[in-house]
Design a binder for this molecule. Structure first.
Ligand SMILES: Cc1cc2nc3c(=O)[nH]c(=O)nc-3n(C[C@H](O)[C@H](O)[C@H](O)COP(=O)(O)O)c2cc1C
Length: 226
């Protein structure tokens, strides 16, 4: 009887240990599943982070440079020069109006030394083909394709400072547009110096700008209205 009880007890203990072992296994597979879940979540999180980084890298990429475009724009907007000599201010006023219409830059031409006797010296300079020393308010005409050249009519000619300006600069391949003011004379007789001194430039139709109302249609006709 005692032996039977012992066998029964042993059987029960064995059965219990199986049950416990089975429970243990089932816990560990639950843990494995949960660990797998966690790994998946971390992987997903990492992938999401990488994708976010990719997007942010794409959006923070430098925009393509538009340097060439702005250089072209600068050239278009800045290639007209309005150079002028003015003794009493009339030609200067015309030059300022032309610069406003065309968006061009102004360049004042001055005689380096003032005349002692204007009447005597200025006429002799023109007749003798003297090129007096000048100053110009821009360093160079190099960057300009179109250059207006303005002056007062003196003895039916351009003052000698204009001849100096035309010889001291290289106008090859550029377009020169002459204009003048006067008491009554037309620009026509003074124009010969442009073709003589700048044979490689194109000389456009000039204007005697004694009536300021003539300036706008002239600029429009030249196709240079800004
Ligand atoms: C020395 C001198 C000579 C001039 N010779 C002439 C001339 O031959 N024909 C003419 O129509 N006007 C002549 N004028 C008048 C100027 O051309 C005119 O007043 C011009 O608008 C002046 O321009 P400015 O103010 O830009 O110097 C002469 C003026 C001066 C001072």
């Amino acid at each position: 009887m005692k032996i039977r009880k012992s066998i029964l007890l042993l059987t029960l203990m064995l059965a219990l240990s199986f049950v416990l072992a089975a429970c243990g296994n089932s816990n560990s597979s639950a843990e494995t599943a949960s660990a797998a879940d966690e790994t998946e979540t971390v992987t997903e999180a990492l992938q999401t982070e990488e994708t976010a980084e990719d997007v942010s890298e794409e959006t923070t990429e430098e925009p393509e440079t538009t340097e060439t475009e702005s250089a072209e724009t600068d050239a278009d907007g800045g290639n007209v020069l309005v150079a002028y000599f003015s003794y009493t201010g009339n030609t200067k006023e015309v030059a300022q109006i032309i610069a406003e219409y065309t968006g061009g830059d102004l360049a004042e031409i001055q005689r380096a030394e003032e005349y002692g006797d204007l009447q005597e010296e200025a006429e002799a300079e023109i007749l003798d083909g003297v090129h007096p020393e000048i100053t110009v308010s821009v360093d160079s005409i190099e960057g300009y394709d179109t250059i207006f050249v303005g002056y007062p009519i003196w003895w039916d000619e351009a003052p000698a400072m204009i001849a100096t300006f035309l010889t001291e600069n290289d106008f090859s391949g550029k377009t020169i547009i002459p204009f003048c003011t006067s008491a009554s004379d037309d620009i026509g007789n003074s124009l010969h110096i442009f073709s003589e001194l700048c044979p490689d430039a194109e000389i456009a139709e000039g204007l005697t700008a004694n009536d300021l109302n003539d300036i706008e249609p002239w600029i429009q006709g030249l196709g240079l209205m800004e």
